[in-house]
Ligand binder design. Structure first.
Ligand SMILES: [Zn+2]
Length: 299
C-alpha cells in the first residue's frame, strides 16, 4: 500500500508561514492498493489538492471515499474535489448515518444553495452512498476494511484496512474513554458509550484490539497532556494516550495526526521530540513521527 497525506490538520485549515512544514489542510489521505485501487480517507480541505493532482495526471477516478464522521473538517473539501464534477468518474462514499439523517443528506446538505452554489445532484460523476449503521467490515476486491465506533461526539468511526498482509489503521478523532467522565458528558452517543462501558478492565481495550499489530497507525494526537486537562469531552487525544494505543496494540509505526490548529511547526517539532524521549524512557518499540502534508509512506 502506498499512502499520501494530503491534509493532516484538525478542526480548521491553518494556512500561513508558521504551519507550512507540517501543513494546514484538514484531513485527507490517499491510499493506493497494490492492484491500483484507490481509497480516500476523509474529505477535509486536503482533498482539493488531491483532486487537482488527479486531474493534472489525467486519471479517471473510481474510488471509495471513507468518511470517519461528518464534522466540518472531514467533509468541507468535498465540494471542491474536481473529479466529482467530471462525468465517467465514480465515487462510493462510505460513512456513518443517523436515524434522523441519512448519509446522502449528511453530505449533500453542506452543498445546499444557502452554503454552496452547486448542489450534489448537479455533479457529473456517479456518486454512490454506502452507509455504515453498525460496527463491521466490508471488502473491496481482496482488501478488507473494518470499522469501529471510537470515542468522539457523534457517530465517529476508525478504519482498519488490511491488504496483501499489511495493515493500516486510521483513527482521526478519538478521546481516551474515561468511565467517570462519560457519566457527565452529554455530547457523546449513548450507543457508543455503552460499547466502551461494556468492556471489563480498561474501556479503551476495544480500540487497542482494533489497532492490534498494525504496520501503520494514524491516530489523533491533537493535544499535549497539559492542554487536554481543559478540553476533556471535546473528543481528542493527548499524545501520551496516542502512544499508549500504539504500544499496547503492538503497532510498528505511529503517525501523530489531527494537529491542533494552534500548533505551529515549532510546537509540533517539540511534541515529536517529547514523544521520542517518552518512547525511549518507557521502552516502547514503535517508530513515531508527526504526519506531514504532501508526504508519502510505503506500507
Ligand atoms: Zn476532526
Amino acid at each position: 500500500m502506498k499512502l499520501t497525506f494530503w491534509g493532516v490538520r484538525g478542526s480548521i485549515p491553518t494556512p500561513g508561514k508558521t504551519t507550512v512544514r507540517y501543513g494546514g489542510n484538514t484531513p485527507c489521505i490517499e491510499l493506493r492498493l497494490g492492484d491500483d485501487r484507490l481509497i480516500i480517507l476523509d474529505a477535509g480541505t486536503g482533498i482539493r489538492n488531491f483532486g487537482d493532482f488527479l486531474i493534472n495526471n489525467g486519471e479517471s477516478v473510481k474510488a471509495h471515499l471513507f468518511i470517519t464522521h461528518p464534522h466540518w473538517d472531514h467533509i468541507q473539501g468535498f465540494p471542491f474535489f474536481k473529479p466529482a464534477f467530471i462525468s465517467g468518474n465514480e465515487l462510493t462514499i462510505v460513512g456513518t448515518e443517523r436515524q434522523e439523517k441519512q448519509l446522502d443528506k449528511i453530505i449533500s446538505e453542506q452543498m445546499n444553495r444557502i452554503y454552496f452554489p452547486v448542489q450534489l445532484h448537479e455533479l457529473k460523476a456517479k456518486i454512490h452512498f454506502q452507509p455504515i449503521r453498525e460496527e463491521g467490515s466490508m471488502t473491496i476486491g481482496d482488501t478488507v476494511v473494518k470499522f469501529i465506533y471510537v470515542n468522539h461526539p457523534g457517530f465517529t468511526v476508525g478504519y482498519r484496512i488490511e491488504h496483501n498482509g499489511k495493515v493500516l489503521v486510521y483513527i482521526s478523532d478519538n478521546e481516551p474513554f474515561d468511565r467517570s467522565a462519560a457519566e457527565v458528558l452529554t455530547n457523546f452517543e449513548s450507543v457508543v458509550i455503552k460499547k466502551f462501558s461494556a468492556s471489563e478492565g480498561d474501556p479503551n481495550q476495544r480500540v487497542f484490539d482494533f489497532c492490534r499489530d498494525a504496520d501503520v497507525l494514524i491516530h489523533d494526537a491533537t493535544y499535549t497532556p497539559e492542554e487536554y486537562i481543559d478540553r476533556v469531552g471535546w473528543g481528542h487525544s493527548h499524545y501520551l494516550f496516542t502512544m499508549r494505543v500504539a504500544s499496547v496494540a503492538n503497532v510498528k509505526r505511529l503517525y501523530l495526526f489531527h494537529h491542533d490548529p494552534t500548533h505551529i511547526d515549532k510546537k509540533i517539532d517539540e511534541i515529536v521530540k517529547k514523544c521520542k524521549k517518552e518512547i525511549k524512557s518507557r521502552g516502547y518499540k514503535f517508530e513515531c513521527d508527526a504526519a506531514v502534508e504532501n508526504t508519502t509512506v510505503m506500507i
